[in-house]
Design a protein around this ligand. Structure first.
Ligand SMILES: [Cu+2]
Length: 712
């Protein structure tokens, strides 16, 4: 609904400008028509064109109303100012002044004032010249300027995406108002000058007129080119900089004692108190024999998908997805990362959804330097939780995860309460192959048939390792969603034929008992692929991808939690996501903004250990944003003002779809500097990255630097 309205708004923005432009030009042509008959004809045409533009304007207002139904926050921005400051006043002026005159001229070939005495059936002779008085009336600024100013308003609507989102209300009101008034003034001045020339009979010599137009064109073109150049150069990020550049956002609570100033935060030798700690000190246990030991080596390898399509992959241990790591709650885990990638490509490993000590989090430029080829890095941490997790590189993820540097990480609970006969990880991914982009489950890009005996208990761990939102279907069996992002759902109930929606990075455990007939697991992005289980391993079943959407907000049974909507929050962050066409780091694209800014100018969420925080995510843009907070589990409180009513939803990645407002709570119980970013890596690459910083934690690492750290 929101996306449809927003798309309609975009389409209207594209047609509004030409519609008003043509209407304005045609209206402006009237005074040049010297015979009453021609003036009448032209007025009719102008009237029709103005009416079309008015209808389109009305449509924009309707769309604005539709968007406003999602909440004031969704329209109290660029939309408000382009529509109600730039466009609407000019349109009203057009209706009040231009339309009556055009209507009269269309009927009589003269203005309303003159028409009255002659109105009784006797129209002026069509061939008669339009009296000078009439011509000057036709050229009056109040008749010709309103549609021109409306065209400028149309330009505002057309170029809305280029305007900075989420700026302060009063400053925006002032800026949009002043610019519109200035353009209006300029148009009136120009119309007046023309009128004077008509009355005095002194026309500008043709050459001079051409020169003036040419000059104007050169100035406009120069400005555009200059702005573009400035945008390219000005948006370029420095070679090396600290993550901690953004403005500190204390979430309305008291500022910490250590770092009132953003910027000094990155210095290991800070000015803080005795409890100041570097991320280097926030490591897992350095001693002790690990319960599980793994070795993951990043290697380039040409990998074949099931269909035979080839991926020029970057892998852990030569396979895609990387090896599945299985550990047990309470284990001390040691993973040695070695980099054998070609060239100078550095890598890391991030343990997605595991609340590891900050120094083990694997974020290049924040918690470590990325590991260069030939080098290694050892992660050690004790897992104090269980469930479906995954791991992936957190260095230039839009390229590295995309190419295959990821795998499943399963943490078995200490005591398995629901043992399974089959426990299967399904990692949905988009592969860049020699035959284009191919969605697949793991490396399965076509249908695979597997054997499963009736009565067998099956757990499917759906994992979305791609950036885009995925919709899964489980046919044709009743099942339960037993975990969200690896945390058990309380009292799950049986479901059937639902559409299971997972944002990028999300996981969902699904359990069922194998029936006599076949069962199919399908990712909607690859409807012809998937897995079919059947007793003989030859089952045939069509996927039904059109089921109603599964709603995790009302699923399962409620349960008391330490946090809740009525908790006493020390911090309350409000984060609005939007889109902004322009330059970012030297190239042109659709920037993904948080509170109107892109990384590293996005807000730094500041917190103190022990704080209880709430965050409200508002998606004003047109694409899904799966927001992933490292090192913490967020309790999802509700959506669009409605409280979650089912089982508590503890998630590390929260999907916020366009037009949605999602509220989460979390406890600051894991000191560090933690990424909080959109898990659509293309969005994080385009600026949608921020972090949660404990006020006493510092990092010696920087973005860029000798190894080229790229945390996004
Ligand atoms: Cu996003």
């Amino acid at each position: 609904m929101y996306v449809a309205a927003s798309g309609l708004e975009l389409a209207l923005g594209i047609v509004l400008l030409p519609a008003w432009l043509i209407a304005a030009v045609t209206t402006g042509l009237q005074p040049g028509r010297r015979a009453v008959g021609r003036m009448r004809r032209m007025s009719r045409i102008a009237l029709v064109l103005v009416s079309v533009a008015l209808l389109l304007t009305a449509a924009r207002l309707v769309v604005y109303g539709l968007l406003a139904r999602h909440g004031w926050v969704f329209v109290a921005d660029r939309r408000l100012f382009t529509t109600f400051v730039m466009l609407l006043p000019a349109v009203i002026a057009t209706v009040v002044w231009t339309v009556p005159w055009l209507a009269s001229a269309a009927r009589n070939g003269v203005s309303p004032a003159r028409a009255k005495p002659r109105a009784r059936g006797r129209l002026p002779d069509p061939a008669a010249p339009v009296p000078l008085e009439e011509q000057s009336r036709a050229r009056s600024p109040r008749h010709v300027v309103p549609p021109r100013l409306a065209a400028f308003g149309g330009l505002g609507c057309f170029a809305q995406m280029f305007l900075p989102p989420d700026r302060s209300f009063w400053i925006s009101l002032g800026a949009y108002g002043l610019i519109t008034a200035a353009v209006g003034g300029l148009l009136v001045w120009r119309a007046n000058a023309r009128l004077q020339r008509l009355l005095t009979g002194r026309e500008i010599p043709r050459r001079r007129a051409v020169a003036v137009r040419l000059g104007t064109a050169v100035v406009v073109l120069g400005t555009v080119v200059g702005l573009a150049n400035y945008g390219i150069a000005g948006s370029r990020l420095p070679h090396t900089f600290s993550m901690m550049k953004g403005e500190a956002d204390w979430g309305g609570g008291a500022a910490g004692q250590h770092h009132d100033m953003a910027g000094d935060h990155h210095m290991a030798t800070g000015t803080g108190g005795a409890d100041e700690v570097s991320v280097d000190e926030l490591r897992g246990p350095r001693s002790g024999t690990p319960d599980r030991r793994f070795s993951l080596t990043a290697q380039a390898k040409k990998v074949k998908l099931a269909s035979g399509k080839t991926v020029d992959a970057w892998t852990y241990n030569g396979q895609v997805p990387g090896p599945q790591l299985r550990v047990t709650e309470g284990d001390l885990v040691e993973i040695k990362l070695r980099n054998e990638l070609p060239g100078k490509t550095p890598v890391t490993i991030h343990w997605h959804g595991v609340d590891v000590p900050n120094g083990e989090d694997g974020v290049a430029g924040a918690t470590q330097d990325a590991v260069l080829p030939g080098k290694s890095f050892t992660y050690r941490f004790r897992v104090e939780e269980s469930g479906t997790r995954w791991y992936h590189s957190h260095q230039a993820a839009s390229e590295q995860v995309d190419r295959g540097l990821f795998g499943a990480l399963i943490i078995e609970p200490k005591k398995q309460t629901r043992p399974m006969d089959k426990d299967v990880s399904v990692l949905a991914h988009d592969w860049q192959t020699d035959k284009g982009t191919v969605p697949a489950l793991g490396a399965l890009d076509e249908l695979e048939r597997r054997r499963a005996e009736p009565g067998e208990k099956v757990r499917i761990r759906l994992t979305n390792t791609s950036g885009s939102t995925r919709e899964f279907a489980i046919d044709d069996v009743p099942y339960k969603v037993t975990a969200l992002d690896g945390t058990d759902v309380h009292k799950p109930t049986a479901l059937k034929g639902k559409k299971l929606v997972l944002g990028g990075g999300n996981r969902m455990d699904v359990e069922f008992t194998m029936p006599d007939g076949p069962v199919r697991v399908t990712d909607g992005s690859a409807p012809d692929a998937g897995i079919v289980y059947s007793p003989d391993g030859k089952g045939v079943l069509k996927a039904d991808l059109n089921g109603p959407e599964f709603d995790p907000y009302s699923y399962g049974g409620p349960k008391r939690t330490a946090l809740g909507p009525d908790s006493d929050f020390d911090r309350d962050y409000k984060l609005v996501f939007d889109e902004w066409l322009g330059f970012y780091d030297g190239s042109f694209g659709l920037k993904q903004t948080i509170n109107g800014r892109v990384f590293p100018d996005t807000p730094m969420l500041m917190i103190r250990e022990g704080d209880v925080a709430r965050a409200t995510f508002i998606n004003r843009g047109n694409e899904d944003h799966p927001m992933h907070l490292h090192g913490h589990h967020m309790l999802v409180l509700g959506k669009n003002g409605k409280r979650a009513s089912g089982s508590p939803m503890w998630q590390d990645t929260v999907l916020v779809r366009p037009g949605e407002e999602v509220q989460v709570a979390f406890k600051a119980d894991n000191p560090g500097i933690w990424m909080d970013h959109c898990h659509n890596f293309w969005h994080s690459k385009l600026g949608m990255v921020m972090h949660l910083a404990y006020d006493n934690v510092t990092t010696p690492y920087e973005i860029g630097g000798p190894v080229g750290n790229k945390p996004e």
